[in-house]
Design a protein around this ligand. Structure first.
Ligand code: PLP
Length: 417
């Protein structure tokens, strides 16, 4: 842009922004949670129990204590989702994060050779990633090493190099399908390399959080390869813990979570959990089995979710691509995910925090810039997560138009010289 053109454009954008400032909005797009309309889809779950039959397939009274591994029919349903055997599957309570925390606590403090006895404990953190994974690691005093994502999983060359040399690197957190927030799915090659790589730490773990495994938005489905099978093939069956939950299938906070791992790890984890809880909520497990039935039925339910969610993702694509074309094309890159809950924006370096702040000043709350990096630190300051699921379409449109203005304003102010 020549100087006159640039000055003119800056003035126009500032004027538009000042108009927004005079009449601020009240819009929040920070939360990657289902909308009310989506929650309605699972209403029948609440009446799914058969009040004349309280026995599970494995003859447990689901109203009573017992059965820490989960009722048989729930273990079977989740083993179908996780592609594990029933014996390799534990069905827990309402949160997969809680199971992740329990697994890491066990390795850290109560396992055969607890990591906490070692001088340093480190984890690889494909970034941008899920901030609650980073919170767990931070809480447990595990040092985080960010690793770049490539569009089909983390940078494997770097990972292979460092894990083979440093025995204090004990694991990695992954969201292998429609990753939060970049929406990418790990390629088969990446999964195989994670399973096959030589690690200096013999007890290296892969925390495989498959939170979005059935959350497709398109007819074309993506899915990461079965990590447990790949690890078994390469002789490290105890390397992975694979997690799923129905938080974004039925009700967040009132769903059911499960973990898939080697039989040995499942039994170890059950023993650890038995010190925390007598049994999980088997009534909820049974309700979920009766409501969700099988993976085909889950797929149909997810198609109903997609009908509600997809227009929001399409809207984002069309507004951003209409605005950021021609001379504005270089201002921003964004993802176009085929599933999951997020769109990720990569701004020009040094702009993300200012853009999110500017949006905040006009009453539109976005997830804090760079929050998806370990310790919230991203030296490039270029990462913004959009979470469009909860907000109504008309508000999303207004928010996106304002976002385009804020991106242009901040980018021109920084790079327009
Ligand atoms: N894992 C990922 C990647 C998520 O995005 C979320 C929620 O947004 C969760 C886990 C939370 O799962 P849960 O409700 O089962 O604890």
């Amino acid at each position: 842009m020549n100087k006159n053109h640039l000055d003119g454009r800056l003035e126009q954008v500032r004027m538009q922004y000042n108009l927004y400032k005079k009449r601020p909005f009240d819009i929040n797009i920070t939360r990657g949670i289902p909308s009310r309309q989506q929650l309605e889809l699972s209403k029948p779950l609440l009446n799914a129990l058969d009040l004349s039959d309280w026995m599970s397939e494995d003859q447990q009274d689901i109203r009573n204590y017992g059965g820490l591994l989960g009722i048989k029919e729930a273990r079977r349903l989740f083993s179908d989702i996780l592609e594990t055997s029933v014996e390799e599957t534990l069905v827990g309570g309402n949160s997969s994060l809680q199971l992740m925390y329990a697994a890491l606590m066990m390795e850290m403090f109560t396992g055969e050779s607890p990591w906490s006895k070692e001088a340093d404990v480190k984890f690889l953190c494909p970034s941008p990633g899920y901030d609650r994974h980073w919170s767990i690691l931070e809480r447990l005093g595990i040092q985080m090493i960010p690793v770049e994502l490539t569009g089909e999983g983390p940078d494997m060359e770097l990972i292979e190099k460092i894990v083979s040399q440093d025995s204090s690197i004990k694991g990695i957190f992954c969201v292998p399908t429609y990753s939060n927030p970049t929406g990418e799915t790990y390629s088969d090659e990446v999964v195989e390399r994670l399973a096959e790589m030589h690690t200096a730490a013999e007890d290296f773990l892969i925390m495989w959080d498959n939170a979005y495994v059935v959350h497709h938005l398109d007819d074309e489905h993506e899915k990461a390869l079965n990590l447990l099978e790949a690890c078994k093939k390469s002789g490290v069956p105890n390397r992975p813990y694979m997690f799923v939950s129905t938080s974004k299938i039925t009700f967040p906070g009132a769903g059911v979570a499960a973990v898939g791992a080697s039989e040995k790890n499942i039994l170890r984890l059950a023993e650890e959990l038995s010190k925390q809880i007598i049994s999980f909520d088997k009534l909820n497990q049974k309700r979920h089995v009766l409501f969700l039935k099988d993976t085909n039925n889950i797929q149909q339910l997810m198609e109903e979710h997609a009908k509600i969610l997809k227009p929001k993702f399409v809207w984002i694509q069309s507004i951003l691509s209409a605005y950021f074309s021609g001379e504005r094309k270089k201002f921003i890159n964004w993802t176009n995910p085929k599933g999951g809950y997020f769109v990720h924006l990569t701004t020009r370096d040094g702009c993300a925090t200012k853009i999110v702040d500017k949006m905040g000043e006009i009453g539109i709350q976005l997830t804090p810039a760079n929050a998806t990096y370990p310790y919230g630190v991203n030296p490039l300051d270029n990462s913004i997560r959009l979470a469009p699921s909860f907000i109504e379409l008309d508000k999303l449109e207004v928010a996106l138009e304002a976002l385009c203005i804020c991106i242009e304003l901040v980018t021109l102010e920084k790079y327009g010289e």
